[in-house]
Design a protein around this ligand. Structure first.
Ligand code: NAD
Length: 483
């Protein structure tokens, strides 16, 4: 990692701002548990400055008066500057949260750049005004898409760079301005975003970054200068933010937790399915919101799949996330490790059998590691089958017929992702249509920049990505003209 890990300023109003207090947030390596750097802790006064700058930029001629072509050119310059820092961003995120580097190179290095370019181009091809013939009184109505204004974007630590960009790219493409608050565990990488914004000449105030935890997040969400909130994080925090935004009648997008199901059908190919599940169920050491962590197996093939899933989980390389071969790195923090270990204990206490894993890996001296763990002999009503673990913990559940499998998949508080595994894609599509969820994969699970992503039930409200993700940052205005 070549980036500066001791940061003393905040990126606000297009430049480096001296924080109003001397408080700092230490950044700790999940691998060796040592301090690797620090960022300043924002105080409410710093948030006030960032929001005021974003409000001023919203109507200033160097942003608001840009043509779509000029704005797209700015965003492509921003993408170019970010691209230069892609490797640094990936290694910084891996140092902060333990994400395996091979994944970080794509998800945290390349993907944010791709997203910026996608939205820059999409905004160019999305008309701002449309004329409709009005009824019942003949005339014309001009329907305009206008930027919602100042966006408070709040990101989690699991995919900090790309999940921030899920919000920043469409918001800027729509002509909004953004104040980003990353997670305290993963703030260092956002300084590379700030440096790219400066190099690209993003107008002052169009993007600002404030640091801190839930308290600063709450202050930002409720700030009178904010017009819209875009949040990714846990369901409890999302409920809180939803309540605040409801009271303020402030538009909000909530991308929250999940407990998705993998439906393995009776015709599934053993090897292809289990290889696919390694990613669909355990990506980023299980710290991914849409993981298929409840694996539903046909009773007729239960033993065969139980043994194969167990062998797959036991065989995943656990270790230093900077090693290209590592599939399972440390969890982000001691708190997260302790939470996962306590849920494993609860699974055992409720009668579950652990077929592999179940604790800290042997021979690992330091680091917030938890072994890939597989549970059998639990009901869908058990804690490990209902609660989002957010770690490398899978639950195997047998089913009789397809209706029972679909009922089990839908028997969850959440509805974010999910997968089906079958040698018959059409059958898989039929299953996909019956699962109550925001996204679903047939023999795979891949997000698509061009299609909406989000949850139903306790997994959230609203959608990111695709044209729908751009529309989330636009207000519609109808202007009635006489015939
Ligand atoms: P978290 O809710 O603890 O924190 C997320 C962010 O919100 C952080 O920046 C935090 O400082 C801030 N925050 C926390 N409480 C807040 C409040 N009341 N008001 C304003 N800001 C607040 O979540 P986390 O532990 O960082 O992330 C893990 C969670 O995120 C998991 O539940 C996971 O499923 C979810 N997640 C969802 C998606 C999705 O797209 N649906 C994607 C990734 C992660």
């Amino acid at each position: 990692m070549t980036t500066n890990t001791e940061r003393t300023s905040l990126f606000i109003d297009g430049g480096w701002h001296t924080p109003s207090t001397g408080d700092v947030i230490p950044v700790v390596s999940p691998l060796n548990e040592q301090r690797i750097g620090s960022v300043p802790a924002s105080a409410p006064a710093d948030v006030d400055v960032a929001v005021a700058a974003a409000r001023a930029a919203r109507h200033r001629s160097d942003w608001a008066a840009l043509t779509p072509e000029e704005r797209a050119a700015v965003l492509h310059r921003f993408a170019d500057a970010l691209d230069k820092r892609a490797e640094d961003r990936a290694t910084t995120v891996t140092s902060e949260n333990g994400m395996p580097i091979a994944l970080a190179r794509f998800a945290e290095g390349a993907a944010p750049v791709q997203l910026l370019r996608y939205y820059a181009d999409l905004a160019l091809s999305t008309p701002i005004e449309e004329r409709r013939t009005s009824r019942p009184v003949p005339g014309t109505t001009v329907v305009r898409r206008e930027p919602v204004g100042v966006v408070a974007a709040i990101a989690p630590w699991n995919f900090p760079a790309v999940l921030s960009m899920f919000k920043i790219a469409p918001a800027l493409a729509a002509g909004c301005t953004v104040v980003l608050k990353p997670s305290p565990e993963t703030t260092l990488d956002s300084y590379l975003l700030a440096e790219a914004a400066i190099e690209a000449g993003l107008p002052a105030g169009v993007l600002g970054i404030v640091t801190g935890g839930a308290d600063i997040g709450q202050y930002l969400v409720a700030h009178p200068g904010v017009d819209k909130v875009a949040f990714t994080g846990s369901t409890p925090a999302g409920r809180h933010i939803g309540r605040v935004c409801g009271e303020l009648l402030r538009p909000v997008t909530l991308e929250l937790g999940g407990k998705s199901a993998a439906l393995v059908l009776d015709d599934a190919d053993l090897e292809a399915t289990v290889t696919g599940l390694a990613t669909a169920s355990l990506l980023n050491t299980g710290q991914t919101c849409y993981m298929s962590t409840r694996i539903l197996l046909p009773r007729s093939r239960y033993a065969e799949f139980r043994d194969a899933v167990t062998a797959m989980a036991a065989g995943l390389p656990v270790g230093d996330p900077m090693d290209e071969a590592t599939a399972i790195g440390p969890l982000v923090s001691a708190r997260q490790r302790d939470r996962v270990l306590s849920l494993i204990e609860q699974g055992r206490a409720e009668g579950g059998t652990v077929t592999t894993g179940g604790g800290r890996p042997a021979g690992v001296g330091s680091g917030f590691f938890v072994e890939p763990t597989v549970f059998t002999d639990v009901e869908n009503s058990s804690t490990v089958a209902r609660q989002e673990v957010f770690g490398p913990v899978l639950t195997l559940l047998p089913y009789g017929d397809l209706d029972e499998a679909i009922a089990l998949a839908n028997d969850s508080e959440y509805g974010l992702g999910g997968t089906v595994w079958t040698t018959d894609d059409e059958r898989g599509l039929g299953v996909a249509r019956r699962v109550e969820t925001g996204s679903f994969g047939v023999n795979t699970f891949n997000l698509d920049w061009g299609s909406p992503f989000g949850g139903v039930k306790a997994s959230g409200i609203g959608r990111e990505l695709g044209p729908e993700g751009l529309a989330a940052y636009q207000n519609l205005k109808s202007i009635f003209l006489t015939a």
